[in-house]
Design a protein around this ligand. Structure first.
Ligand code: DAH
Length: 337
């Protein structure tokens, strides 16, 4: 025999549960380890019976813990005065706090981005969070069944709707909406911003849900040079310093030529010369895209660009992991108060 009195241990543990406000702690009591460690010391013939007795103690204590936790929860609910001002019960549930919430950093930065473009004369519209195949692909000159569609990892609802994979879904609407302005010799100038979705595995640089900002400009004499100037001026305003830019050819069905646009990571943000960061896609709007919106491509020309918001913000604040944004972690969010 072990000389240990299981009944006595059980009584002590149950008494501990009864007087504790955090009864689950009792389950971590060293008394359990103690009991288990005795099993190995017994004669093989005694082990089964003793093991069962120890298990009975554990089951009884677990049941008591469970009951006590339920009682405590009930008590909390019963003593919560729902008519009381917000902080009267402060100190009990930690959710009650006198500090105010703040804007999410992405919301704040999107407002900042949109503000910069608004000051340059662009109108701003929020993008949709549910859209259709035509705005996602057709109106953007993606041929039916073209492999370029696969690059967008789109989700689809059972009814065939698409949570948009880019804010370019707004281009056709912006163009159609603005085509009367062109007749009055006013350019179309609009940015569209919002949430986009891709069926991707999440890691430090990929999210299934993220944000983009898109720009569209059409006039009778729009040029790539104007676009590069506009974008450079945006980046310099957003980062508050001179920024070097670079482009290289890229394929997007809705622009011709299409470009990838990179900036050199500014020294003040930890960059070295030659640290190029790709920020967005852009180009001269494809004649077919203009035509589909009822704009005559022989009279008008346009440029467009679009890119992710998170990477802008990550560079600005030195954030190393994209997943922080959607994590809801207060420690992260409070850094932006
Ligand atoms: N929609 C593209 C994407 O998400 C980015 C893009 C490329 C937008 C070229 C544009 C553009 O407006 O002209 O990958």
């Amino acid at each position: 025999m072990t000389g240990i009195d299981l009944e006595k241990i059980k009584a002590t543990l149950l008494a501990d549960v009864a007087k504790s406000d955090t009864p689950q702690d009792v389950l971590r009591s060293p008394a359990f380890k103690n009991m288990y460690s005795q099993i190995g010391k017994l004669e093989p013939s005694e082990r089964a019976a003793f093991g069962k007795a120890v298990n009975d103690v554990k089951v009884a204590v677990e049941a008591a813990v469970h009951q006590k936790m339920t009682d405590l929860e009930d008590k909390d609910v019963n003593t919560l005065d729902v008519t009381a001002p917000w902080d009267v019960n402060a100190g009990a549930p930690q959710l009650l706090s006198t500090s105010q919430g703040t804007q999410h950093p992405l919301t704040r930065e999107i407002e900042e981005v949109v503000d910069i473009f608004t000051r340059m004369g662009f109108a701003a519209v929020e993008s949709r969070q549910i859209d259709d195949d035509f705005h996602m692909f057709g109106a953007l000159n993606f041929p039916e069944n073209h492999p370029a569609r696969d690059g967008y990892d789109t989700f689809r609802t059972e009814e065939g709707f698409i949570p948009p994979a880019h804010t370019s879904t707004m281009q056709h609407r912006i163009l159609k909406d603005g085509k009367d302005a062109l007749k009055h010799d006013e350019p179309i100038a609009a940015v569209s911003y919002g949430r986009v979705f891709r069926n991707e595995d999440v890691d430090a640089t990929h999210e299934h849900t993220f944000y983009q900002v898109e720009g569209v400009f059409v006039s009778d004499d729009a040029t790539l040079g104007q676009m590069l100037g506009t974008l450079r001026s945006f980046f310099e305003t957003y980062y508050g310093q001179a920024v070097k830019i670079k482009t290289q050819p890229a394929y997007f069905p809705f622009v011709e030529p299409g470009l990838e646009f990179a900036i050199e990571k500014p020294a003040a943000l930890g960059g070295k010369p030659g640290d190029w960061l790709e920020m967005l896609g852009c180009g001269m709007i494809h004649p077919n895209v203009l035509k589909m919106a009822g704009i005559d491509p022989t009279k008008y020309r346009g440029f467009a660009w679009g890119g992710g918001v998170e990477r802008l913000v990550m560079l600005k604040y030195g954030i190393e992991d994209l997943r922080h944004f959607e994590s809801g972690k207060l420690a992260f969010l409070r850094k932006f108060v």
